[in-house]
Design a protein around this ligand. Structure first.
Ligand code: AP5
Length: 234
């Protein structure tokens, strides 16, 4: 799917509140498009697991649902995007999350002459809380489950690699509420920012996971078709 003759790198930024399904859908899109899935939250958690200085720094912010400082996050993403597997593009999940990050990212895209599509996954707040408090994640590879909507075959065990499932420290009810507030203040302004650039595509995320995936794949294909028509017309 999603083929065009356009050889420019393709970056897809999944925008949406905590629990919208960015991680779930990013994994599926990455597979469908053959692009790497880059989640800043996962990179921070990986550093935390290894107890690197970056992991210890990030933990101070993540555990209370605050954002890691922009300079740290931007440099981490710049380094990640310089790797060979991101040469053709990537699916970004959790970045950019502030206006400063979006502007730094725009400069990275301009350097590469890359294309950008920003699906915004809309989900009502009451659904977010239920999704996050029922989420279970696999320790080995970050596969995502939900005790009601996507339960593992055996409770506490990952279907794909047999590793232990755990609940995230920041998925406690009070931290979830704080993350949603931080999203509204810091990240929601990016909806208008990207709408004004003509790259935003709205997706209703309040429906079964497979339907969201199909809607995303259609939206990406449509956006690619429009961009290739626009560049042929130019
Ligand atoms: P991060 O890991 O990015 O968390 P988040 O944005 O809060 O998003 P989540 O991972 O909680 O939710 P999601 O949208 O991916 O939902 P999921 O697919 O898992 O960030 C964590 C922290 O790291 C931040 O608070 C911050 O401290 C730091 N950080 C990260 N990036 C940063 C940045 N750029 N700048 C600064 N700091 C940064 O789905 C949720 C649940 O719902 C799952 O159980 C899933 O199975 C279920 N589900 C998914 N879709 C559906 C559906 N359609 N129907 C029913 N259930 C569903």
């Amino acid at each position: 799917m999603a083929t065009t003759t356009d050889e420019r790198p393709l970056f897809i930024v999944l925008l949406g509140p905590p629990g919208a399904g960015k991680g779930t859908q990013a994994k599926r899109l990455a597979e469908a498009l053959g692009l790497p899935h880059i989640s800043t939250g996962d990179i921070f958690r990986e550093h935390l697991k290894k107890q690197t200085p970056l992991g210890r720094l990030a933990q101070q912010y993540m555990d209370r649902g605050a954002l890691v400082p922009d300079e740290v996050t931007i440099e981490m993403v710049r380094e990640r995007l310089s790797r060979d597997d991101a040469r053709r593009g990537a699916i970004l999940d959790g970045f950019p999350r502030t206006l400063a990050q979006a502007e730094a990212f725009a400069a990275m895209l301009a350097e590469r002459g890359a294309r950008l599509i920003v699906p915004y996954i809309r989900v009502p707040e009451e659904v977010l809380v239920e999704r996050l408090s029922g989420r279970w994640i696999c320790r080995a590879h970050g596969h995502i489950f939900h005790e009601k909507y996507n339960p593992p075959k055996q409770p506490g065990v990952c279907d794909y690699d047999g590793s232990e499932l755990y609940q995230r420290e920041d998925d406690k009810p009070e931290t979830i509420q704080h993350r949603i507030r931080v999203y509204e203040e810091e990240t929601a302004p990016l909806i208008e920012y990207y709408r004004n650039q003509g790259v935003l595509v709205e997706i209703d995320g309040n429906r079964p996971m497979d339907e969201v995936t199909w809607a995303l794949i259609d939206a990406v294909q449509d956006a690619l078709n429009q961009k290739s028509t626009a560049s042929e017309d130019a």
